[in-house]
Design a protein around this ligand. Structure first.
Ligand code: NA7
Length: 294
């Protein structure tokens, strides 16, 4: 298929590369010039990329960035033709997604919200899970593209249900990780070796995929971004906004948000969100890691 891929960040670049690998004709654009994907054509603007495609796939930071690549001067909207499909794999506001769906529908363009879970490793290994909202028929049309980049598509319901479900997923990831980080801080302060605690966790019912993914990095004190803290912070804000609009109280997430505020103030935005552990370490006067890294 002919795909315009907009946004070559940590997630977008390997996703676009996997589309090329699967034989699709990809025209890529990213805001910062010079970002390349081997085998893909480079466009000078989102409009130019969309003009050469049947499907526009977006993977940018946040709601404002999606609005920008679609609707600003030289945005993709100006090049959209009836029958095209726009798929948005960014995690953005469910309410804004509905407004975008309505605006694109006026041009006869279908929209699928398809945020992802699986982080950088999932994107690189084409093992992402797409959390989709929209019409079944549109989702079926882009199935080969989903297959090239992921292992599963979960259709959560109508438009914006993918975004809503993604927020419910990241709420859990943020809170499971904070529980893990607090357990590591306490156990370390009390004298338990962190690698022994991780081994115990992984042998017990406390085990989780979040800890599977994060423990090896944390034990090496490697906070390079798989999922940058600023983006998890953005998702926490999106979740709290959606909860407020729906009159749902989330006291646990509100507390976790305060930790992210401090992490932001301490300049940790571009580290992985696992770096919230660094605050707990500082407050407890300890360092978590294996004997080799402490
Ligand atoms: P990254 O690595 O921060 O990449 C973000 C991408 O979004 C990157 O291509 C940016 O372009 C682009 N971006 C950011 N702001 C804008 C604006 N205003 N206009 C156009 N393009 C923009 O994020 P990830 O790849 O980890 O995550 C992407 C999404 O998936 C995000 O919603 C996550 O929560 C899940 P640039 O780097 O300047 O070329």
């Amino acid at each position: 298929m002919r795909v315009a891929f907009l946004g070559l960040g940590i997630m977008g670049r390997p996703m676009a590369a996997n589309l090329v690998k699967a034989g699709h004709e990809v025209t890529a654009w990213s805001r910062t010039p010079g970002k390349l994907v081997e085998g893909a054509r480079v466009a000078a603007s989102p409009a130019e990329a969309a003009g050469a495609a049947d499907v526009v796939w977006i993977c940018v930071s946040d709601t404002a960035a999606v609005d920008s690549v679609l609707f600003e001067t030289n945005g993709a909207e100006s090049a959209l033709r009836e029958g095209m499909i726009v798929v948005d794999s960014s995690t953005i506001s469910p309410a804004r997604t509905l407004a975008i769906v309505a605006r694109l529908a006026e041009r006869g363009v279908e929209h699928i919200d398809a945020p992802v879970t699986g982080s950088k490793i999932g994107a690189e290994s084409a093992q992402l899970i797409f959390i989709a909202g929209g019409e079944e028929a549109a989702i079926a049309r882009v199935q080969p593209l989903f297959q090239a980049m992921g292992k599963l598509v979960k259709h959560m319901g109508g438009h914006a249900m993918g975004q809503a479900a993604k927020l419910a997923m990241n709420l859990q990831i943020a809170m499971i990780y904070e529980g893990f980080a607090e357990a590591l801080a306490l156990a370390t302060k009390l004298g338990v070796a962190p690698e022994k605690l991780v081994d115990l966790i992984q042998s017990s019912m406390v085990r989780s995929g979040v800890i599977d993914y994060k423990a090896p990095f944390v034990l090496k004190r490697d906070y390079s971004p798989n999922f940058p803290l600023r983006l998890m912070h953005k998702d926490i804000h999106l979740t709290l906004d959606a909860a407020r609009e729906a009159r749902v109280k989330l006291p646990g997430l509100e507390t976790v948000e305060e930790i992210y505020e401090v992490a932001h103030d301490e300049g940790h935005d571009d580290l992985d969100y696992a770096a919230t552990l660094m605050l707990l370490e500082k407050w407890a006067g300890i360092e978590v890691g294996t004997a080799a890294t402490r």
